[in-house]
Ligand binder design. Structure first.
Ligand code: 4EH
Length: 228
């Protein structure tokens, strides 16, 4: 099986590359794609760069050029659910674009015609994640993750997203990558470790916790790959 591992930022993917140690790099479309073998699988990794466009493009390349069978995303996120603290991990049950707004045509927020309103993640991979969390004695929340091309750093916007979409965490890539996976009918897994509160202090917290939270997500993902 060929497993694609995608993050948005270098910090989200580098700990996994360091763990693998040996890999090849190929540059394509102004990005780097890293290939290696691990736990009996062919692996291809990339960090897309920030946002829905770059991440959708990387996901497409992972399927079209590298023939990935499944895609696992790891990264950090802002917390919307009160139970989530910095360093906690969450997996998406489904994801939605909070900045998609076609209300003039009578569509609900987040809905784009001929796409899924909420993109589902793969139930088998989600069960595996729960098993891995139980083995590591880690608490793992499963909830809706909302994505948009905005860094959320204020209570008003934070609460709006939380209420409109019943979302537990916010970030900037999950729903776009999920949509690509849905179009290709490939299993999609979305893991995020909390880096900040998505409130007024989000920028400062993000700078402080990006690296440590990204590592938590990366380490969890490595454990998952060992069990696939
Ligand atoms: O890839 C982007 C990064 C922030 S933008 C989305 N990532 C981090 C998740 C995330 C997030 N998204 C929206 C963590 N907290 C979030 C939040 N709102 N509060 C960026 C731009 N330049 C430098 C660093 N990060």
């Amino acid at each position: 099986m060929k497993i694609a591992i995608l993050g948005a930022m270098r910090e989200e993917i580098e700990p996994i590359l360091e763990h693998f140690g040996k890999y090849s790099e190929e540059k394509y479309a102004r990005n780097s794609f890293y290939t290696t073998k691990y736990a009996g699988h062919d692996i291809v990794l990339a960090y897309s760069k920030i946002g829905k466009v770059a991440s959708a493009m990387s996901a497409t390349i992972l399927f079209e050029r590298y023939g990935a069978d499944i895609l696992l995303f790891t990264g950090v996120a802002g917390a919307l659910d009160e139970s989530l603290k910095i360093g906690d991990i969450i997996i998406a049950s489904k994801c939605v674009q909070h900045d998609a707004e076609l209300e003039a045509f009578g569509h609900p927020l987040g809905f784009i015609p001929e796409s899924d309103h909420y993109t589902l993640t793969d139930p088998v991979l989600n069960s595996l994640a729960k098993k891995v969390a139980a083995e590591l004695d880690l608490e793992l929340l499963e909830g809706i993750i909302a994505s948009g091309d905005q860094f959320i750093a204020g209570n008003e916007k934070k609460m709006w997203i939380k209420q409109q979409f019943a979302a537990a965490a916010c970030e900037m890539e999950g729903a776009s990558v999920g949509q690509v996976c849905a179009f290709y009918a490939k299993p999609f897994f979305l893991l995020r470790a909390i880096s900040d509160t998505a409130s007024g202090d989000a920028g400062v917290l993000f700078d402080e916790f990006l690296e440590s939270s990204a590592k938590i997500g990366a380490q969890f993902l490595i454990k998952m790959i060992e069990k696939i």
